[in-house]
Write a protein that binds this ligand. Structure first.
Ligand SMILES: [Mg+2]
Length: 305
């Protein structure tokens, strides 16, 4: 009784096969059966870059809810394909880095994440778009992709935020390069910079709140440029970040933007949501307001009338 009335139409699962949470994909299937899913589309991929094809297939098949099983990289690939579709997304944080879910209050707990995906509030959130590709958490030119990758959890548990500072520092060898940044067509920064970050949410690297007041539904991207050179200046930047005061560092300049263009005097690698995307000398970014609909916990204060 009751199950039939709750039945929702077509649900798609797009799962990164190598990622795990709780009782794994077997438990996910059982939980979906309990939810009384009408029609279930099931896709597994060995790599997140194979996900967009499956997402497009799911959309063609009429999926009304797409569950994404994986971490930030998987979410990024899926939301890139889902942006503007109006289809609702449930995030099952099964990855090694789940910053997007963490920012939205979706716990790394399978039954709870499924409960939120089916019964949470649907919220339209912004995405960022860089060189034609959407991101959900952050985009970075410079050091941070490796910083996210190397910040392992065990280390964080033992040492707390400081561990991230050090794992980050290990990779900060990047020489500053000439950088020109325009915001909405007007030059905002011109000089030597070692890294540029664009944030859609506040917590953009493991445990470190880089953008204090970032909101994924305000129609703005946070932008930060660091001019730090050498390990001593970097230690100061990261120290301030780990203390939650990144905007007070003399080597960081931050503001908000809707549209950003960056020109570099030398090529720099860039990354989206922790995934390396290549090396560029130019970058165009913009906020995509309300670009994706995500199920979030109902007790989120912003969902109250
Ligand atoms: Mg924002």
């Amino acid at each position: 009784m009751g199950r039939q009335s709750q039945k929702i139409g077509t649900v798609a699962v797009v799962a990164h096969r190598r990622k795990s949470l709780g009782g794994g994909l077997d438990e996910l299937r059982r939980l979906l059966a309990d939810e009384g899913v009408g029609r279930l589309l099931w896709y597994e991929v060995p790599k997140s870059r194979k996900a967009p094809k499956k997402v497009r297939k799911a959309l063609k098949e009429g999926a009304e809810l797409v569950l994404v099983w994986g971490g930030d990289g998987m979410v990024q690939r899926c939301v890139d394909a889902l942006a503007g579709s109006g289809v609702t997304v449930g995030v099952i944080p099964a990855g090694t880095a789940n910053l997007f879910a963490q920012n939205l209050g979706i716990p790394e707990d399978l039954p709870k994440a499924v409960q939120i995906a089916f019964h949470g509030a649907s919220r339209k959130l912004d995405l960022g778009k860089v060189n034609g590709e959407h991101f959900a958490v952050m985009a970075g030119l410079g050091f941070d992709a490796k910083m996210i990758k190397d910040a392992d959890r065990g280390l964080k548990d033992r040492l707390g935020r400081v561990a991230y500072v050090w794992t980050g520092l290990r990779h900060v060898r990047g020489e500053p390069v000439p950088m020109k940044v325009k915001i909405d067509g007007v030059t905002w920064f011109e000089g030597e910079a070692s890294c540029l970050l664009l944030g859609n949410v506040g917590v953009i690297t493991g445990g470190i709140e880089a953008f204090d007041d970032a909101r994924p539904d305000d129609g703005w991207l946070e932008i930060g440029v660091t001019t730090a050179k050498g390990p001593i200046q970097w230690a100061r930047v990261l120290g301030r970040m780990s203390a939650g005061r990144s905007d007070e560092s003399p080597f960081v300049r931050m503001t908000r933007a809707r549209k950003v263009s960056v020109k570099l005097g030398a090529p720099m690698p860039y990354e989206l949501d922790g995934g390396a995307k290549g090396t560029v000398t130019e970058l165009r970014a913009a906020v995509v307001p309300g670009g994706i609909t995500i199920r979030v916990p109902r007790d989120d204060a912003s969902d109250r009338p």
